[in-house]
Ligand binder design. Structure first.
Ligand code: DX5
Ligand code: ZN
Length: 220
């Protein structure tokens, strides 16, 4: 299995976003996880389209955009134009998965659906054929630095099983509270795209932290 590290820029220093993300990429991160929050779907506001556009001009990394916003179909095209390579919307935030997937795929980009901790894996069954990735949240969305919910691994296992049964190929991403100690639990369950925020972005240690994840992947 190929593992991908997607450092969550929510934990970066926004005053030096270009430099911080470049360090993570230098350490071996292929993706950058970009958390967009609207203060409605989650009780926090983070960053939006202009920041992604600026970062796009400064980075060649794959932009994994996690939209924690209500009715994301309103903004799909704007995020694609800003430079998103993958658009991930929450199951709980919309019913318009077909339209969003169509917009994303027509732009030649990847589409994903995320599940909050209380949402069971089975609800995705009618939409899995549209998905290039499924995101299993391992914390309540809204804030970085929370504790990893190991009981979400049942959901990762269920999604991995459904992928086999339905002959699909989507990635399984985990997001929230992941560090070098618990990442093996997530990969054992079947996750292959690993988001880590606070475990990657540390002043002066970001490149080294990313590199430690990449080294760890080689041992799993
Ligand atoms: C939470 C975000 C996560 C978060 C991860 O709402 O979706 O991506 O930034 O950060 P850590 O790894 O610190 O939990
Ligand atoms: Zn996220």
């Amino acid at each position: 299995m190929k593992y991908i590290l997607s450092p969550s820029i929510l934990a970066a220093d926004f005053a030096r976003l270009g430099a911080d993300t470049a360090e993570a990429v230098k350490g071996g991160a292929e993706w950058l996880h970009i958390d967009v929050m609207d203060g409605m779907f989650v009780p926090n506001i983070s960053l939006g389209i202009p920041v992604i556009k600026s970062l796009r001009a400064a980075s060649d990394a794959f932009f994994d955009v996690h939209l924690m916003i209500d009715r994301p179909e309103r903004y799909t095209k704007a995020f694609l134009s800003a430079g998103a390579d993958l658009i991930c919307v929450h199951y709980e935030a919309t019913e318009d998965f077909e339209t969003i997937a169509k917009d994303v795929h027509e732009a030649g980009k990847l589409f994903a659906i995320a599940l909050k901790p209380a949402t069971p894996a089975g609800v995705l069954k009618p939409y899995l054929h549209l998905c290039d990735m499924v995101l299993v949240m391992t914390v309540e969305p809204g804030f970085g630095g929370q504790k990893f919910m190991a009981d979400m691994m049942q959901k990762v296992e269920a999604l991995s099983k459904m992928r086999d049964e339905m002959s699909l190929t989507y990635h399984i991403q985990v997001d929230g509270g992941i560090n070098l100690e618990n990442v093996g639990v997530a990969t054992d369950a079947g996750a292959n795209v690993i988001v880590a925020g606070s475990a990657v972005f540390t002043p002066g240690k970001t490149e080294e932290n990313a590199c430690s994840f990449i080294k760890k992947f080689k041992t799993i």
